[in-house]
Design a protein around this ligand. Sequence first.
Ligand code: PLP
Length: 381
Amino acid sequence: MKFATKAIHAGFDYHQHNRAVMPPIYQTSAFAHDAVGESLEFAYARTGTPTRAALEANFAALEDAAHGLAFASGMAAIDAVLRATLKPGDEVIAVADLYGGAYRILDKVLAAQGIKVTFADLSDAANLEAVISSNTRLVWLETPTNPLLGMVDIAALAAIAHQHGAVVAVDNTFATPYLQNPLNQGADIVVHSATKYLGGHSDVLLGLVAVNDAALFKAIKFIQNAAGAVPGPQDCFLTLRGIKTLALRMERHCDNAEKVAAFLQGHPAIDKVFFPGLPEHPGHELAKRQMRRFGGIVTVYLKEDSRAAASRVASRLQLFLLAESLGGVESLVNHSYTMSHGGMPPEQKAALGIREGQLRLSIGIEDIDDILSDLAQALAE
Ligand SMILES: *Cc1c(COP(=O)(O)O)cnc(C)c1O
């Protein structure tokens, strides 16, 4: 099956659910046994429910993976992967330019548990050779990165990590499985904040993990049940519903983002546009190889690098709401410096190039004419 068909049909057999066309919401915490000792596929909702199983199977198909696992949020998914792969004394190497929440859990939670955390610029894959050690168990990647849309070469980095016995996890939230499948490029684990494009309607918080390896699946599934950061059936249902239109939505997000990037490029109020689809983007050639299209996020440096300038533009925007998230049908604007990356130390932000006068635009699927006129009026003198 092709992607758009899998998104609608994979992982759900209506014969097993009273011929319901949509996966029912099994709003129950427990399932009844007929006899003591009877083994059931579903017994207690933390361990699994039919609604969650439908989502996990559907999502696994989208990532061409053997196994999928759902969590209460993207961060819960990241936490489960970190716990399943690292113990005190181990080292994790993470791409330096990454989501603020992932930075926080690595820097504040893992480091305090005796795990060595190294952040590295991996835009040149050879840099991994310089920092990897015999203690490195996990290499954590994000591509494109949040918020500056940096690219890393999954296949090249996975080859180096595997030579050193480390596993590779990729946060695929920005690309979605529609644009990029990291497992097919050599990664071992894929993580998503389904809160973003997969859910797609800014109405649910959920995380997903995909793996092929049976031992990794067992280890992460063990944490899923042992720690219990699982999504409820309603959230699984909403995510499944969102996924059905992922292919259509992503095409429109990509179309609109390409037009927005072209409009902002050279605009007198804009200093720099970050978008992997622009030929001058340093990761453009890699993006063409690694992704099917360039995604729906465009980040800009304003000419005037100040919080006041960012605030002025964000307040003038009418269609774009100023909000934390991304990947929904509606256009959103984010001030990375104080919002998504508010928890990152200022020195780290300076080193990465996250500026006060910077805005991250999540381009929605509204009519492009309305999106462009909103940007034009907000950026006018
Ligand atoms: C939002 C986000 C997360 C965290 O997901 P939540 O669902 O908010 O917990 C992780 N990685 C990336 C790239 C994100 O954008």
